[in-house]
Design a protein around this ligand. Structure first.
Ligand code: PMT
Length: 401
C-alpha cells in the first residue's frame, strides 16, 4: 500500500553530516507515493549537492529566498501552500533555534513560517548539543507550537560520541511522515488498553510489583486517540498524566484490572494488553503490618487470572493484541503466547536489553501474527506507538485470512 500517494512533501535539509541520508529519504518518500520537492540551506549544500537531490526528486531544488528566477517558477509562498507536510531532515540545532525564535532568515525557515501544513523535524546533531539546555528549551517551544519531532535515535555518532542525536533512518522517517496522514485510521473505533504494573498487597504497607512505568501503554493510548479512536485506558499505578481525549480507569491489583477489562471489553472493538500484570498474588493479605519477628518469612502466592486470555476467549471477543516481555528466545516464546492466549497479534519485547522495555523512553519490538512477523527498530515509545497503532488499525480492518 502506498501510504503517501498524492501527498506533497517539502523536504527541508539543513547543514549536518546526516544530510547524506536525505538522498535516501527522497527515494523512500517517493517509494511511498509522495511528490517530493527539496529546499536546502546554504550549510546543507556543504554536505550534499542540489544536483543529487534534483535527480532523485525529479524536481528543481530550491536554495535561496531572494532568487528572481526561482520565484518566477514556484515562489516561496506558493511552495509553502503546495506542501501537505514540511519535513526537515536533518534538522540541526541552529535550524531549530531559528525556528523556535520565529526567524525567517532563509528560504527554509520562511517556508516553515508561511506554510499552513504541519511541520515535522528530524533532529540530527552531536549528543552534547542535543542535551544542551538551550536546545532542549527550543524543542519544548517547537513542540508546544505543534511541530512534530521524529527522533532523534541514540547510538554511535559520526564524531565518535555515543548518545542521543542520530537522525532516524530514511525508512523510519518515511513511515512517520505517512503516520501523520493516517490519523483517522481508527475513526469510530472503540479501543481498550491496559497499561502499567499491578500491585499485589502483602499487608497494608507492602506489595509485590514490577518495573513497568506505563510509558508504552500510555503512548499507545495517545497514538490511538490521535488516530480517532475512542480510548479507555485501564491503568495500574503510574506517575503519568492521562493523555488528552482518553478515559482512564485507575486500578491497583490484577484482580481489579481483570474486572475492569471484562466489564469494558463488551463495548470495545480492539483490546491491547500492554500492562505488566503480576502473575501471582499473596494468598492472604494481612490486615496489620507484618512484624519482623523471624529471620525469614514465607509468603504463599496464588495465580492471578489471565486478563488477555479471558478477553480473547470470550465469545464476543474484540480484536485482541497482547505483549510478550521476554529475556530469551523472544520471538519463539512470544509466538507460543500468541497461540496459547488465542491472540490476533502479539508484540514481542526483549526486556533483557536495559535500553528498551521496562521503564525506558525507547522500545524495539517484533510484531507477530499467525503468519506474519514485522520488526520495528529502536525508537521512542511515542513514535513506536504510532507505528504499532497504524499496523493494528490496518490488521483490524483487513485481518489476514
Ligand atoms: O510500562 P513500560 O515501562 O513502558 O514498559 C513496557 C512493557 C515492557 C511493560 C511492555 O512493553 C510489555 O512488554 N508489556 C507486557 C508485560 C508482560 O507482563 O508480559 P508477559 O509476557 O508476562 O504477558 C503476556 C501478555 O499477557 C501481556 O499482554 C500481559 O498484559 C498479559 N497478561 C499477563 C498476565 C496476566 N495475569 N494477565 C494478562 O493479561
Amino acid at each position: 500500500m502506498k501510504q503517501l500517494s498524492n501527498r506533497h512533501i517539502l523536504l527541508g535539509i539543513s547543514g549536518g553530516i546526516a544530510a547524506y541520508k536525505s538522498a535516501e529519504l527522497v527515494r523512500r518518500l517517493k517509494d511511498h507515493g509522495a511528490d517530493v520537492r527539496v529546499v536546502m540551506t546554504a550549510a546543507a549544500m556543504e554536505f550534499i549537492t542540489p544536483l543529487t537531490l534534483q535527480a532523485l526528486s525529479g524536481n528543481p531544488v530550491h536554495t535561496t529566498l531572494l532568487d528572481p528566477e526561482a520565484e518566477a517558477g514556484m515562489g516561496h509562498i506558493e511552495l509553502a501552500r503546495w506542501a501537505d507536510l514540511i519535513l526537515v531532515a536533518p534538522a540541526s540545532a541552529d535550524l531549530m533555534a531559528r525556528l523556535a525564535n520565529g526567524r525567517g532568515d532563509d528560504l527554509l525557515t520562511t517556508l516553515c513560517l508561511a506554510t499552513p501544513a504541519p511541520v515535522a523535524l528530524a533532529p540530527a546533531m552531536n549528543q552534547g548539543m542535543w542535551r544542551d539546555p538551550a536546545t532542549q528549551a527550543n524543542i519544548e517551544i517547537l513542540r508546544e507550537r505543534g511541530i512534530a519531532l521524529f527522533g532523534p535515535a541514540a547510538g554511535e555518532q559520526a564524531c565518535g560520541d555515543v548518545g542521543p542525536g542520530r537522525m532516524l533512518e530514511a525508512e523510519q522517517l518515511a513511515e512517520l511522515a505517512a503516520g501523520l496522514f493516517q490519523s483517522r485510521a481508527l475513526d469510530g473505533v472503540k479501543l481498550c488498553i491496559t497499561a502499567g504494573p499491578t500491585r499485589e498487597a502483602i499487608d497494608p504497607v507492602r506489595y509485590i510489583s514490577n518495573h513497568s512505568s506505563g510509558k508504552m501503554g500510555y503512548a499507545l493510548a495517545e497514538a490511538a486517540a490521535d488516530a480517532g479512536a475512542q480510548v479507555t485506558l485501564i491503568s495500574g499505578p503510574t506517575q503519568l498524566p492521562c493523555p488528552e481525549r482518553v478515559t482512564r480507569i485507575d486500578v491497583i491489583s490484577a484482580q481489579q484490572m481483570y474486572d475492569a477489562s471484562l466489564e469494558k471489553m463488551g463495548n470495545c472493538d480492539i483490546f491491547i494488553a500492554c500492562a505488566a500484570v503480576a502473575d501471582y498474588r499473596p494468598a492472604n493479605v494481612e490486615e496489620q503490618k507484618i512484624k519482623k519477628h523471624n529471620d525469614a518469612m514465607r509468603i504463599e502466592l496464588v495465580r492471578n487470572p489471565d486478563i488477555v486470555s479471558a478477553v480473547a476467549s470470550h465469545p464476543k471477543r474484540p480484536f485482541t493484541v497482547g505483549f510478550a516481555a521476554e529475556t530469551q528466545d523472544v520471538v519463539s516464546y512470544a509466538r507460543d503466547k500468541l497461540q496459547r492466549k488465542k491472540l490476533d497479534l502479539i508484540v514481542a519485547n526483549d526486556v533483557s536489553d536495559s535500553r528498551i522495555g521496562f521503564n525506558t523512553d525507547d522500545n524495539r519490538v517484533t510484531v507477530i501474527g499467525a503468519d506474519t512477523e514485522q520488526h520495528i527498530e529502536q525508537m521512542s515509545k511515542r513514535q513506536l506507538a504510532r507505528q504499532l497503532i497504524a499496523l493494528i488499525a490496518q490488521q483490524h480492518r483487513e485481518p489476514a485470512d
